[in-house]
Structure formats: structure tokens, C-alpha cells
Design a protein around this ligand. Structure first.
Ligand code: RIB
Length: 351
């Protein structure tokens, strides 16, 4: 077995399946063996033109890195990586804090990276974490269907998806909160308190999370005669977006204006509340507002926000416990383990 993990006849013999070394690929492509390794394992670090030239050489020589050469080997330090979608959103801060608390109880260090909702940055962060040979990864991915995540799983990196799992809900290890149930309990509260014109503020067209919450809302509305539902499409989860959406709602004629608003998360709700207040609309008298997440700020907003609580720290803590179990022997564990936590309605003053 060559040092780089390939098997060959006499060292340096080229040609044939499995007999080509990484050094021969490097020599022909005019790069270092490290660059060839990066093309295979951390393609993000290699310039496009170089990457293409190396991949072409690999194909020409039919280079076959052995599975062992590509298999993930965790480092000795007890450290795990957490890649969160956006630390700008306190939801993910709370998930990371919950994860860190359990990791610390097991004398395990945590390296937290922030993707800022940017899939390219996420890829860089993942490469960094794997390069530092963490024991495993906890990730709330920007792009649940990322090929990089699939590649890391194929290389045997122990990984638990938290909050955002996409197609991994049917394979891989993951922990989420039941979004459909969350949407349903928000809608039921509005219907039970007499609201007949309900608007959901969010972006179901781009977020599987919002789509699931909307499905939950719809499941209640369709069983509630006389209740109308509209969706006010936004393009993000932020306070500014909520402010803009709230402003649009203030412009509707009183007879057509919704009386119940469900925002896809608390940040959108906090922004909408600001617009309603600026327009002189009274909450909940003129219109009721429900958020989603139950961030720390939501209890002290004006009015205090009624919201759907996600057990954020428990999400992070559960993900770490699952990762510790999974990374004991990733190959011996079931390929699929999906844990679903429950949301709950927290009734305050806004609805
Ligand atoms: O607030 C951000 C949203 O994205 C949360 O509701 C959480 O579910 C995350 O996916």
C-alpha cells in the first residue's frame, strides 16, 4: 500500500486500475500531490482551472484512490464541529449553546462556524472542520441537498442534521421540531379566538421549514368553515423583511385586511409589530400577531409576542447526544435515526 493509499505494482508503474499513484497524477498534471489530494477531498481550495486539469488527468490515468485513502480519520482531540445556517439569527445561537452545554459535560470542545445563509461559505466551513479532524459534525445546513454534505457522509464523517434536514429526514441522523404541528397550533389559536381572515407571512417558495408550517396552518383552515387564508410571500427571515411585510398589510383596506397574522419566525413578527405600531394599528385589538421560535426577545416585545416555542437548546443538546452515539462506531449504527421534538404555543399579549 503506497503512503497515499493507492495500491500499485512496482512503485511508479503507471496505467491500469488501482496501479496509478497520486504522485503520477500530480506529475502529469503539473501540480503537487497535496493539490491532487485537495481536488479529491477539499475541492473548494483548488482553483477551477487547476481542478479541471487534475480531474482530467485522473480520468486519463484511471486513478482510483483506495477507499481507505479517502476515509475520514477523526483527530485525537475530542472536538466536534457545529455548522449553523446563520448566527445572525438568535435561534441558531440558542441551538449552538444547547449543543455546547452537553459537549462540555463530556469534556468535548466545540468549534462553531457560521454559514450566514451562504452555501459557499458553508462548504468552506465544512472543509475547515474536516481538515481539523473533528470527531463529527452537527449541521443546520443552508442547502439541505448540498453535494458536499453527501460527500462527507460518504467519507464516513459522523454527522447529525439539526433543524433543517431536507431529504435526510428519510436517511442519515437528524433532530428537528415538528413544523407542521407548529403551524397547526398557531392557526388553531387564531381560529379559536375568532379570526376569520388569516395571513401567513413567510417564504414557503424557498424554505422547506416555512412550507411545512404553512401545511400545518392549512390543515386547520380547511377544517374551519368561513376562514380565509392568504400567504404574504417574503424573501427571508429577517426583522427588516417583517417590517416591510407589516407595512404592506397596513396598506390593505380595513374590510379586506387580515385580522390574524402568523409570521414564519419571531424576527419577522417583531418587524411586523413595528410597522403596525407606526401605522397606529392596535395589536391584538385591530389584528393579532403570532410568531415562531420564542426567542428571548419575544417575551419583552411590545406587546409581548404570542409565539410557537421551539425547544432550541434541547435541539442542540439532543444533536450532540446523537452524535456521540453515532461517532462511537459510525459503521455499526443504523443508517437512519430521525428524532422529532414538539413545539408548544406560548400565549402572551399579541394574539
Ligand atoms: O428563525 C429562523 C428559522 O430558521 C427558525 O424558525 C428555525 O426553524 C430555522 O430553521
Amino acid at each position: 500500500m503506497n503512503p497515499d493509499g493507492t495500491s500499485s505494482g512496482a512503485a511508479g508503474q503507471g496505467g491500469g486500475r488501482g496501479s496509478v499513484t497520486i504522485r503520477e497524477v500530480a506529475a502529469l498534471a503539473g501540480v503537487s500531490a497535496g493539490t491532487v489530494s485537495n481536488v479529491l477531498n477539499r475541492p473548494y481550495y483548488v482553483k477551477e482551472a487547476t481542478r479541471e486539469r487534475v480531474l482530467q488527468t485522473i480520468e486519463e490515468l484511471d486513478f482510483q484512490p483506495t477507499q481507505k485513502a479517502r476515509q475520514f480519520r477523526p483527530g485525537r482531540e475530542r472536538t466536534l464541529g457545529i455548522a449553523v445556517a446563520n448566527l445572525d439569527n438568535p435561534f441558531f445561537v440558542d441551538v449552538a449553546l444547547g449543543a455546547e452545554e452537553v459537549a462540555r459535560q463530556h469534556d468535548i470542545g466545540v468549534v462553531i462556524t457560521n454559514s450566514g445563509y451562504d452555501a459557499e461559505v458553508e462548504n468552506q466551513n465544512l472543509d475547515l472542520l474536516v481538515q481539523h479532524r473533528v470527531q463529527g459534525l452537527i449541521i443546520s445546513p443552508v442547502d439541505e441537498s448540498s453535494s458536499r454534505l453527501q460527500m462527507l457522509q460518504d467519507r464516513g464523517v459522523p454527522m447529525v442534521f439539526v433543524d433543517r434536514v431536507g431529504q435526510n429526514a428519510t436517511h442519515g441522523w437528524s433532530v428537528v421540531v415538528d413544523d407542521e404541528r407548529g403551524g397547526a397550533i398557531a392557526a388553531k389559536h387564531l381560529v379559536d379566538t375568532g379570526h376569520r381572515r388569516i395571513t401567513l407571512v413567510g417564504h414557503p417558495h424557498t424554505s422547506p421549514k416555512v412550507r411545512a408550517r404553512l401545511e400545518g396552518v392549512r390543515s386547520v383552515v380547511k377544517k374551519s368553515p368561513g376562514v380565509q387564508l392568504e400567504v404574504l410571500e417574503t424573501d427571508s427571515w429577517t426583522v427588516d423583511t417583517g417590517r416591510e411585510a407589516g407595512w404592506q398589510i397596513t396598506k390593505t383596506l380595513p374590510g379586506q385586511r387580515p385580522t390574524g397574522i402568523i409570521c414564519a419566525n419571531d424576527l419577522l413578527a417583531l418587524g411586523a409589530l413595528q410597522s403596525f405600531s407606526s401605522a397606529g394599528l392596535r395589536v391584538p385589538k385591530d389584528l393579532a400577531v403570532i410568531g415562531y421560535d420564542d426567542l428571548e426577545w419575544s417575551a419583552v416585545s411590545t406587546p409581548a409576542l404570542t409565539t410557537v416555542r421551539q425547544p432550541r437548546r434541547l435541539l442542540g443538546a439532543t444533536a450532540v447526544r446523537m452524535l456521540l452515539e453515532l461517532s462511537r462506531d459510525v459503521n455499526a449504527k443504523p443508517r437512519h435515526n430521525h428524532v422529532v421534538l414538539q413545539p408548544e404555543l406560548v400565549v402572551r399579549d399579541s394574539a
